[in-house]
Design a protein around this ligand. Structure first.
Ligand code: HEC
Length: 158
């Protein structure tokens, strides 16, 4: 029973505050959510980089093509929403570093060239870090995935 009394007392405390707000000037709407560059990297770039490898390395060319497209779209979003980041021209850095190796990945996928895919993917991974170094984050080191991080998704072709 005592918890009920306590609950009652706690809610009673908030009622006057809520009433006060009703009469107050309308609040500003919350700002639109805008992911930061680090959010883009961890939430989208990194998973697509891993999935692209898992698919391509397993010669699942349809999935690899899809993941390469998703990675490219993600970089386009980064370019649109975080084109400049702490004085670094991120949009330009993406173009200079990523366009060529990602194009080579595309080509290997089109040709269904397993050896070519692994080589191009290594170049792409190297390009991720070329940019991390350019933006003074040399401690961010990306590597070719060594394990499957997605136990709920099939990467081998059917
Ligand atoms: C424009 C240059 C640029 C390119 C290209 C780039 N990154 Fe990044 N990345 C950054 C910056 C800048 C940060 C730090 C962002 C921050 O701290 O808000 C970052 C952060 C990260 C992080 C976050 C690390 C953590 O532990 O939180 C990961 C993971 C990452 N990048 C992966 C990648 C991968 C994978 C690629 C290539 C497919 C890539 N990045 C390409 C600039 C880049």
């Amino acid at each position: 029973m005592r918890w009920m009394v306590r609950l009652f007392l706690i809610s009673a405390l908030f009622i006057p505050a809520a009433r006060a707000q009703e009469g107050a000037a309308p609040q500003k709407p919350p700002e639109a959510y805008a992911p930061g560059l680090g959010d883009f990297m961890t939430a989208y770039v990194q998973p697509h980089h891993i999935k692209l490898y898992l698919a391509g390395h397993a010669k699942n060319w349809a999935l690899a093509e899809y993941e390469a497209g998703e990675l490219r779209e993600t970089f386009e979003d980064v370019t649109s929403y975080q084109g400049n980041w702490h004085d670094y021209p991120v949009a330009k850095l993406i173009k200079v570093n990523i366009d060529m190796p990602l194009g080579e990945v595309d080509q290997a996928i089109r040709e269904q060239n397993a050896g070519g895919f692994d080589k191009a993917f290594e170049k792409l991974t190297f390009a991720c870090d070329a940019c991390h170094q350019a933006v003074n984050h040399p401690f961010l080191v990306i590597k070719v995935p060594t394990a499957d991080a997605y136990p709920d998704q099939e990467f081998t072709p059917r």
